[in-house]
Design a protein around this ligand. Structure first.
Ligand code: CO
Length: 217
């Protein structure tokens, strides 16, 4: 495992050689373009690498990661990634992946100040408030944190569906599913949370947007 900065380049050379041995045109093929079927919105946590845990290769997953896999509707970085993935790459599945033991979620459950990040984590406190009755009823702190991880993923899935980007894709009749999953760091298992959304039929009315009519001049 590389510990020093320079060691990254040695590891990289070994990786390049191993890929070329598998397939001499490996990089040539990849350099022609990408058509990944998945957009992954995950946590920045170093233990949750999107490709490795899903057995996918370079070119197969478009990735956005931030602390606690959040979908904040004013986050230009997330929105730009989403827009590009949906409208240019035309991904079929958007996956929000949380993970048990998420430091961001655990921090959001407490009252301690951590600095600037508290403003980012506040969105998770909003999720807690939305599900306060269920969460307060869980006595065990770890179990409560695990459940908040799941509920947080669920809310981020719903927040994705509220964006104009997802709603317009659906209005065009496109197949596009948004999924919520959780990764268990302690055993490596991915769990589907059964919160997949593929249209706006169950969306609360206030979030449903009409398709914008084209201006005819
Ligand atoms: Co995390």
């Amino acid at each position: 495992m590389p510990q020093l900065y320079n060691e990254i380049f040695d590891a990289n050379k070994k990786w390049v050689n191993s890929k070329l041995q598998e397939s001499p045109d490996y990089f040539e093929k990849l350099s022609k373009g990408q058509k990944p079927p998945f957009l992954w919105i995950g946590c920045s946590d170093s233990r949750v690498p999107a490709n490795e845990i899903t057995g996918t290769a370079p070119g197969e997953v478009f990735v956005h990661r931030n602390i606690a896999n959040m979908v904040i509707h004013t986050d230009m970085s997330m929105l730009s990634v989403l827009d590009y993935a949906v409208n240019v790459l035309e991904v079929k599945h958007v996956i929000v992946c949380g993970h048990y033991g998420c430091g961001g979620v655990i921090a959001a459950m407490g009252q301690k100040q951590f600095g600037l990040i508290d403003n980012w984590l506040r969105h998770i406190k909003d999720v807690y408030r939305l599900h306060q009755d269920e969460l307060d009823a869980i006595a065990d702190e770890k179990q409560r944190a695990d459940r908040l991880v799941e509920l947080n993923v669920q809310e981020q899935v719903f927040d994705l569906t509220k964006t104009t980007i997802i709603q317009n894709a659906w209005a065009q009749g496109r197949f596009l599913q948004v999924h919520g999953i959780v990764y268990d760091i302690s055993n490596g298992i991915l769990k589907d949370l059964s919160v997949t959304v593929g249209d706006n039929t169950e969306m609360e009315g206030v979030y449903k947007l009409q398709v914008k009519k084209k201006l005819i001049v």
